[in-house]
Write a protein that binds this ligand. Structure first.
Ligand code: ADP
Length: 315
């Protein structure tokens, strides 16, 4: 890659999605032909990396890669779209897998996870493998996800964030790395305290509902108190679009942009996060960034796979 500055890095998990499209949602103990069955590289951070790269971002994925026969598939699919993944530790573990059942009649997706003992990224590996040099990284995004596999690595995430903060304290203003975090589902281990550590927080609709909010506007208003001064919170809300609130500013919203035909809503949120981050790194104001992200995520709901996101690449 010619210009290797200003990378956006997504830290989190990857998994093999066995993406199965059926004409109707199957009944238990029945046999069906399906329309399609594909191997897809999935996992939130891995999906966001794909979206970001296709939208034109200089992108890195960071997370453990399991040492199984899926490894070559992961490497190939990272390379296909030009995602840096060389710093990922290769770990002895089963590969996490997800059965994704897509109902072609409605576009809904049902997920069945298998963790297989896959460990989340440890802070010591982040610290030893990632070299934070001025200008190399523009933005680093984290996610708190893995409850179904065991304990989410909240302490490790906090330590990785602190490591970046230390770099930022010594860096020139232009070289400071922005940090974001996604809180997707309510976990047994509370992670809300991490909101204070980062510049931008994405809270999902599920997370907001579990915390007692009924719509995206009241969610961002309610979550503001968890932010640090200058922080921002964004809440995407499916077909309603998304709302955002920067510290001490008023709420801004974007409507959703439904595709002509709903094909597959898998990874809409991961795509939304990637598009928002990329737009902000390009200097778009918050309102324009979430509007661009809603357009991109809406388009994603109308396509199989990610490839056609290229048509919406940031110009
Ligand atoms: P997740 O995939 O995490 O459940 P959401 O459902 O909140 O994510 O969707 C993220 C974004 O994707 C929304 O803000 C919206 O812009 C877009 N989106 C999701 N579902 C639809 C839909 N049915 N029609 C149009 N846009 C959608």
């Amino acid at each position: 890659m010619a210009d290797d500055r200003g990378r956006v890095m997504f830290v989190g998990m990857n998994c093999l999605d066995i993406s199965t499209t059926c004409q109707v949602y199957p009944e238990e103990d029945s046999d069906h032909d399906c329309l399609d069955m594909l191997w897809v590289r999935g996992g939130n951070a891995s999906n966001s990396s794909t979206a970001c790269a296709l939208l034109g971002g200089n992108t890195q994925y960071m997370g453990n890669l399991a040492d199984t026969y899926e490894l070559q598939f992961f490497k190939d699919t990272f390379e296909e779209v030009g995602i840096h993944y060389e710093d990922c530790p290769i770990v002895k573990s089963q590969c996490p897998r997800t059965l994704v059942l897509i109902n072609a009649s409605t576009g809904s997706r049902t997920l069945m996870y298998y963790g297989g003992g896959y460990p989340e990224l440890a802070e010591k590996d982040f610290r030893s493998r990632i070299t934070l040099t001025p200008g190399k990284y523009r933005w680093i995004h984290f996610e708190v996800v893995l409850e179904f596999l065991g304990r989410p690595n909240v302490d490790d995430i906090q330590a990785m964030i602190r490591h970046i903060q230390e770099f930022n304290m010594a860096a020139r203003e232009d070289d400071k790395i922005k940090i974001s975090l996604e809180l997707e589902k309510i976990r047994r281990i509370e992670s809300a305290h991490l909101m204070k550590e980062v510049d931008l927080v994405f809270v999902s609709k599920d997370y907001a509902i579990a915390k007692g909010f009924h719509d995206m506007e009241s969610a961002v208003v309610g979550f503001e108190k968890f932010l640090r001064p200058g922080g921002t919170v964004i809440c995407a809300w499916g077909e309603k679009g998304a709302a955002a609130k920067a510290w001490d500013q008023s709420v801004t919203t974007s409507k959703a942009f439904p595709p002509e035909r709903l094909v597959n809503t898998t990874a809409a949120g991961d795509t939304f996060n990637a598009a928002t981050i990329l737009a902000l790194t390009k200097g778009l104001p918050l309102h324009d960034a979430i509007t661009y992200a809603c357009k991109v995520a809406g388009a994603k709901c109308g396509m199989r796979g990610f490839e056609r996101l290229k048509e919406l690449a940031f110009s």
